[in-house]
Design a protein. Structure first.
Length: 186
């Protein structure tokens, strides 16, 4: 049974999405919800994200939506370093801040600003070691930032009980078709 689930995936630009409320975001959130609900019914308590733009913030919004039905569900935002949003545009900063304001726990793996890529590797290691499983929007056909977390999780899984669930582009396509069917029924 999973108590703590890390969620991550592509950054928005890796998916060709440049607005947080792009229609594709709704399909990504629907896919995350579809994966989360059975875990919640089975006792999931915490979702862990690093607060990066894209899949992680959409996951946070999905958690907030699900808290009505699952009030014990909590969100932790643990950033790789302090002030990760410093170089982001105003819209992205506001989106990030709105997630932080609703999060149940906020911290940073390294207690300093950005220095070098090792801080991302340390964050990935922390996420794997502090969670019981990983939900990752990642398709092995498409390279991108989630690859590093995925490879680390697969390696960790060799010696530890660790759940890895991928949301692939095929899964997203199925969600799109399901949603379109729902709308055509009305």
């Amino acid at each position: 049974m999973l108590k703590v689930l890390a969620i991550s995936g592509y950054k928005p630009f890796e998916l060709g999405i440049f607005k947080k409320d792009h229609p594709s975001a709704n399909f990504i959130k629907a896919a995350i919800k579809k994966s989360l609900v059975p875990m919640l019914e089975d006792g999931l308590e915490w979702v862990l994200i690093s607060g990066q733009l894209g899949v992680e913030l959409w996951a946070a919004e999905t958690v907030f939506d699900l808290q009505g039905e699952f009030p014990d569900l909590k969100l932790a935002v643990i950033t790789p370093f302090l002030n990760q949003e410093a170089s982001w545009n105003e819209n992205n900063k506001e989106w990030y801040e709105s997630v932080l304001m609703q999060a149940d726990f906020i911290d940073s793996v390294t207690k300093k600003g950005y220095e070098k890529p090792w801080q991302f590797r340390l964050k990935n290691q922390f996420f794997i070691e502090k969670s019981d499983g990983l939900l990752l929007l990642f398709d092995q056909e498409k390279e991108g930032s989630p690859k590093y977390l995925y490879e680390l999780a697969v390696d960790y899984q060799k010696n530890h009980p660790y759940s890895i669930e991928l949301i692939t582009f095929y899964d997203l396509q199925m969600i799109v078709e399901e949603e379109q069917l729902k709308q055509s029924d009305f």
